[in-house]
Design a protein around this ligand. Structure first.
Ligand code: NDP
Length: 328
């Protein structure tokens, strides 16, 4: 397979554009493992790359796709041999390193983790970076001692990818989940994932007071901006908010009041450069703690041919839950 199918982003005078085309294996970047990609997925960041809405792509041409699942074809890395089933999340693939929307990918073996026991390649990509980040948020809150008996847990951007997985995970772990969404028509979907209460995201997205009524013990926030500020202002004494996203904005128009008057903590969560031990723990927890029927309920599947349109849809807030992209 000297040439293979790939989505390629190029940059011209009018900006960036994405097209499904063929790519020469000789043009793959350096790496000690070549993977035959079977599945990828669609994350918000893939939407930013495909549409050019934010400069996440740092070299051109670029194959987008920050997540892959596949089978090792060749390897000079000690931990991997041909035939091994592997997954990859982040590490700059689809941004600085040629990514997953292609039948082949050459990457550093240090970036790979074995396909988690108990999850198929398609299920691992249904979880993808969004779901693995949701798990990192849950683990950060747990490390902070936020257990279900401490009170309700807010999830913002609940009908999105991170939010859907966070809702399903937290509900399975016994938390009373308050799901914040701008899509009231998704109330039944969110209740099906285990949300106990649904609130309108307008309650959180406008400028608010430094401190509000104490409503939850913690939060998983994928939205940022005023929403994160209000989530903090309404967190109970000693609680914590795990912040991982910026769907509303990158700003944080908050005050220090929740930190210095209520001992609230803000926990930053990054998936891209997270160390391997944390990744392995997150994936084994996902294999154990995520209800498969709920995972199926949040997942839709598209072929590689549909990825460019889906990228526009996720940026416009039209994607519910998670999207698997089938490739090989
Ligand atoms: P999605 O687009 O699937 O979900 C985002 C959700 O946020 C939407 O579904 C919507 O939820 C809500 N939302 C969108 N726009 C606004 C707005 N203007 N105001 C308030 N809420 C809004 O994206 P993902 O779940 O894949 O990613 C969510 C965020 O997390 C992104 O910013 C992404 O970059 C970030 N992220 C960060 C990672 C990290 O390592 N830190 C890893 C993965 C993602 P609803 O319709 O329910 O209101």
């Amino acid at each position: 397979m000297a040439r293979f199918k790939a989505v390629v982003i190029t940059k011209g005078e009018a900006g960036t554009s994405a097209a499904l085309t063929s790519f020469d294996e000789a043009d793959l970047m350096e790496g000690d493992v070549t993977v035959r990609v079977s599945h990828s997925t669609l994350n918000y960041k893939d939407g930013l790359a495909l549409t050019g809405k934010a400069p996440v792509v740092r070299r051109f041409p670029m194959i987008p796709g920050i997540d892959l699942a596949g089978v090792v074809e060749t390897s000079s890395h000690a931990d991997f041999k041909p035939g091994d089933a592997v997954i990859l999340n982040g590490w700059g693939t689809g941004e600085t390193h040629l990514g997953a929307y292609a039948e082949k990918s050459r990457v550093k073996g240090d970036w790979l983790v074995p396909q988690p026991v108990g999850l198929s390649a398609a299920e691992a990509m249904a979880i993808g970076t969004a779901g693995y980040t949701a798990m990192l948020c849950v683990m950060a809150l747990e490390r902070h001692g936020i257990t279900p008996d401490r009170g309700p847990m807010l999830v913002t951007g609940a009908a999105g990818g991170v939010g859907s997985v966070a809702t399903a995970l937290l509900a399975k772990l016994g938390y009373h989940v308050v799901a914040s969404t701008g899509r009231p028509q998704e109330a039944d979907y969110l209740k099906g994932l285990g949300a106990a209460e649904i609130i309108d995201r307008n309650e959180l997205s406008a400028p608010g007071k430094p401190l509000g009524k104490e409503r939850w013990a913690g939060a998983v926030d994928s939205v940022g901006s005023h929403t994160l500020a209000n989530a903090l202002a309404m967190t109970r004494y000693g609680g914590a908010v795990a912040a991982c996203g910026l769907a509303q904005g990158m700003d944080l128009p908050a005050s220090v009041a929740p930190f210095i008057l209520r001992g609230v903590s803000l926990l930053g969560v990054d998936s891209v450069m997270a160390p391997k031990a944390l990744r392995l723990e997150a994936w084994s927890r996902l294999a154990r703690d995520l209800d498969r029927a709920r995972l199926q309920a949040i997942t839709s599947t598209i072929p590689l041919e549909g990825a460019i349109d889906a990228g526009k849809a996720i940026i416009e807030g039209r994607i519910r839950g998670r999207v698997v992209v089938t490739i090989g």
